[in-house]
Design a protein around this ligand. Structure first.
Ligand SMILES: Nc1ncnc2c1ncn2[C@@H]1O[C@H](COP(=O)(O)OP(=O)(O)O)[C@@H](O)[C@H]1O
Ligand SMILES: [Mg+2]
Length: 243
């Protein structure tokens, strides 16, 4: 951990060459997120939200500007360094859960912890994974495989997996996209709750403006450009002077 921002992206460009022609996906995106801050990103499909998340996760490289996460500038890192960075910095929650179908809930979460903290004993991994599942209300589903769980339950396993190692950053790419509205709202509340309790910063991509409004700040991606669009908070009513 450093004392600076958890995310400091500056003038980030991201372009790909498609059929010999450049495709500009992100243009001069800048974003600073403080430790433990919760932000949401909304914007139309195809506007570049997932691409930005991939850059923040060190899964893709910016073609311009700098991406600094937890004090590390990702542009200069090789694949090994990026893999280490990911293991010790962030968890990701995906729209389609991405759980390993042959593993139980406990082993899906345990595997993520084992990767993040290879020095833990099997008993420690089991205990911590069980605690992470209990924290998302799945303490009685440890031995269930993903197919035996509802969508909301699978996403809660995804959340436990992304938070079990207590890393400083949680990236969530439309985590409610495959859930009904009510289940989605419960999962997001749970995610924000966990994050606040563990001082985890969150970047939540969502289509749902009501969920986005639960974040500390809201950003909108439009054709590869990011702007802050946090709604002004209702000001607390001023106490009236007593005459
Ligand atoms: N690997 C890729 N190859 C070709 N086009 C891509 C690739 N990744 C992203 N794009 C394009 O970049 C744009 C932004 O995509 P994406 O970041 O997935 O947007 P969002 O998550 O907001 O829907 C889209 O037009 C998409 O088709
Ligand atoms: Mg996307």
């Amino acid at each position: 951990m450093t004392s600076g921002p958890i995310i400091d992206a500056r003038d980030v460009d991201y372009s790909l060459e498609i059929a010999g022609r450049p495709l500009n996906i992100l243009r001069k995106v800048s974003l600073t997120v403080a430790p433990a801050e919760v932000i949401a990103i909304v914007g139309p499909s195809g506007s570049g939200k997932t691409s930005l998340l991939m850059l923040l996760a060190g899964l893709e490289k910016a073609t311009g500007g700098t991406v600094t996460v937890n004090g590390a500038e990702l542009g200069g890192m090789n694949e090994d360094a990026l893999a280490r960075f990911r293991r010790h910095t962030l968890g990701i929650v995906f729209q389609s859960f991405h759980l390993i179908p042959s593993l139980t809930a406990l082993d899906n979460v345990g595997l993520a912890l084992e990767i993040a903290e290879p020095d833990l004993s099997m008993a420690q991994i089991r205990d911590k994974a069980a605690a992470a599942l209990a924290a998302v209300g799945l303490g009685d589903r440890l031995d269930h495989r993903p197919t035996a769980l509802s969508g909301g339950e699978q996403q809660r396993v995804g959340l436990a997996r992304a938070t079990v190692a207590n890393l400083p950053l949680l990236l969530a790419d439309e985590p409610t996209g495959n859930l009904d509205q009510k289940t989605g709202a419960i999962v997001v509340e749970l995610m924000f709750d966990l994050a606040r309790r563990n001082n985890t910063a969150v970047v939540l991509i969502t289509h749902d403006p009501a969920l986005a409004a639960r974040a500390d700040r809201v950003f909108t991606m439009t054709q590869g450009q990011l702007t802050e669009t946090t709604a002004p908070r209702a000001r607390p009513a001023k106490a009236k002077a007593v005459k």
